[in-house]
Design a protein around this ligand. Structure first.
Ligand code: PGA
Length: 275
C-alpha cells in the first residue's frame, strides 16, 4: 500500500485583488511555524494557489521571496507556445513567470466558455508537451446524477484522455511524474454548500482511478492523484481526506480566506504521519 500524500489547491476564480493577495500571503506566512516542513520536503504535502492570471507573476515572486512552499498556477491556459488566441495565456509565459501549472476543464470553463471533452484533452496535451503540469477537472451535473449517469459521465470525460496513442503515452508518463492530476468535482457541489458524503465521493474516486488505470495502462506503482472539489471546507475536509482514494482537495470559496486555507492544511497535516 502506498503511503498517503495530499495536495490542497485553492482555485481563487475571479476573486482577490493585488492587495488581497498580499494580505492573504502575509497571514499564511505568519502561520508557517505550524507547518511540518518535512512533509513538504518529502512531497507528502503540496499546497497551491491559482489566482487570476494577471496576479500570477506577483504571487509567484512573493511566494519565492518569502520562501513559502506554495505552488502557483493558472486557472486556464492554452496549449500552444504563442499565436493568435486572443484572451488566452501561453504555456511559455506560465513557465517564464515560474508558474508552470494550470487547471484544465474546470466546470465553469465547460459551462461558460465552451470547453468540451475534446478541447480540454487537447489543451492538456498541449500544456503537458510544453512542460506545464495539469490539474484536470471532471464531474457530473445534478441532472446527470439524478438520472443515474454519474459513472457513464466520468467514463466519457476520461475516455478522451487516451483516444490517441500519443495522448495516452503523454498523459500516462505525466501521471508517473506527478505532472497530471485529476480533480473530481461534482458540478452540483461547486459553490452550493452541498457535497456528496465522503463515502459517495470515495466511490467516485475509485471509479475514476480504476477507469484511468485501465484506459491508460498505468503501472501499479504509479500514483494517480485524484482531488475532491465542491464546497470543501475546514469542517468537512478531514472526512474527505480520511477516505483512502481521496488524495487532496481543490477548494474554491474556502480558499479565499487565509485562516480557512490554513485550517485545510492543518487537516491534511494531521492525517499524515510526521517524519
Ligand atoms: P467551491 O469551488 O469550493 O467554492 O465549491 C470549487 C471549485 O470550483 O473548484
Amino acid at each position: 500500500m502506498m503511503s498517503r500524500a495530499f495536495k490542497i489547491f485553492g482555485n481563487w476564480k475571479m476573486n482577490h485583488s493585488v492587495a488581497e493577495l498580499r494580505a492573504f500571503l502575509s497571514v499564511v506566512e505568519g502561520a508557517r511555524s505550524q507547518w511540518a516542513p518535512e512533509l513538504f520536503l518529502s512531497g507528502s504535502l503540496e499546497i497551491g494557489i491559482l489566482p487570476q492570471s494577471p496576479l500570477i507573476e506577483r504571487a509567484s515572486n512573493e511566494v519565492r521571496s518569502l520562501k513559502l512552499p506554495i505552488t502557483i498556477g493558472a486557472q486556464n491556459a492554452h496549449g500552444s507556445l504563442s499565436g493568435a488566441f486572443t484572451g488566452e495565456t501561453s504555456a511559455n509565459v506560465l513557465k517564464d513567470l515560474g508558474a508552470p501549472f494550470s487547471l484544465v476543464a474546470h466546470s465553469e470553463r465547460r459551462q461558460y466558455y465552451g470547453e468540451t471533452d475534446e478541447s480540454a484533452a487537447k489543451r492538456a496535451e498541449g500544456l503537458l508537451s510544453q512542460g506545464v503540469r495539469v490539474l484536470y477537472c471532471i464531474g457530473e451535473t445534478r441532472e446527470e446524477r439524478e438520472r443515474g449517469e454519474t459513472n457513464s459521465v466520468l467514463e466519457r470525460q476520461l475516455r478522451v484522455l487516451s483516444n490517441t496513442p500519443e495522448r495516452k503515452t503523454l498523459i500516462s508518463k505525466a501521471i508517473s511524474d506527478d505532472r497530471f492530476l485529476i480533480a473530481y468535482e461534482p458540478v452540483w457541489a461547486i459553490g452550493t454548500g452541498l457535497t456528496p458524503s465522503p463515502e459517495e465521493a470515495e466511490e467516485a474516486h475509485r471509479k475514476v482511478k480504476s477507469s484511468l488505470k485501465s484506459s491508460l495502462g498505468l503501472h501499479s506503482a504509479d500514483r494517480l492523484f485524484v482531488l475532491y472539489g465542491g464546497s470543501a471546507t475546514p469542517e468537512n475536509a478531514s472526512g474527505f481526506l480520511a477516505m483512502g482514494s481521496i488524495d487532496g482537495l481543490l477548494v474554491g470559496g474556502a480558499s479565499l480566506d487565509a485562516s480557512k486555507f490554513l485550517k485545510l492544511i492543518a487537516a491534511a497535516q494531521s492525517l499524515l504521519p510526521s517524519a
